[in-house]
Design a protein. Structure first.
Length: 242
């Protein structure tokens, strides 16, 4: 369970998030809003990656009480950028999900490798195990990063705009995979610009406007009127084109 209590984020003197309060008990949570509305900042605050005021509670314990290793065993983060400075193999990328359980000088164990292989197999990409990560397509990279999240054994996966830059086919495949993984007991918090994607994967949607929660609703209730108010456009006029 993740609970936010009066969360505020400022960059310099600008308020990015204001008095954010909600509870997430599991399933899928979609976060929608315009560019600059504070979606990514919200994720980073939940992960303790930026300064904030207020409280973030993870399983009723304050975020500030967790070490980075403890938090990594509970929540896995897949950022927008999947660039790595070295062209690791897919297996090595997935094994990084086990770092929260390793000492500074520990090598990966047979069990770590087994977990990594099982994670790849569960997503249907075991055939990529020896490929180089940077040589993969955008869709394949996202699946590898989900496999890394599964290998961490963290039950909550946070993804920042996961379909950004993917072609239509890979968008659908990735969304289907998210639904499948969620149905097996994992929880997702996902930022997206696309109301249809939120409706497709279901769950719940929090709409952020001007740094505040504009609406908290079921994803299936994201209608043209609500989306038009969120983005300041006549969504119904363009719905068939988007």
């Amino acid at each position: 369970m993740i609970k936010l209590v009066n969360l505020n984020v400022k960059y310099a003197k600008k308020e990015v998030l204001k008095q954010i309060c909600f509870e997430f008990e599991g399933g899928i949570l979609n976060i929608l809003g315009e560019n600059g509305s504070g979606k990514s900042s919200l994720l980073k605050a939940i992960l303790g990656l930026i300064k904030f005021s207020g409280d973030v509670l993870i399983n009723r314990a304050n975020l500030r009480s967790f070490s980075s290793r403890e938090l990594a065993s509970l929540i896995s983060y897949i950022p927008q950028s999947n660039f790595t400075p070295f062209n690791y193999s897919v297996l090595d990328m997935v094994l990084m999900g086990r770092l929260a359980y390793k000492g500074l000088f520990d090598n990966y164990s047979k069990n770590d490798r087994l977990i990594a292989m099982e994670s790849l197999e569960s997503l249907g990409i075991l055939n990529l195990v020896n490929d180089k990560f940077l040589n993969l397509s955008g869709g394949q990279k996202q699946l590898v990063l989900i496999a890394r999240a599964l290998a961490s054994r963290a039950k909550t996966i946070i993804m920042d705009e996961p379909i950004n830059g993917l072609d239509f086919g890979n968008q659908i495949r990735l969304l289907e995979m998210i639904k499948m993984v969620a149905s097996s007991g994992y929880d997702f918090i996902i930022t997206t610009h696309h109301p249809r994607h939120a409706r497709f994967i279901g769950g719940r949607a929090i709409l952020i406007k001007n740094g505040e929660i504009f609406r908290d609703t079921a994803s299936e209730l994201l209608d043209s009127s609500l989306i038009s108010k969120l983005y300041g456009v006549d969504y119904k006029k363009y719905e068939e084109l988007l």
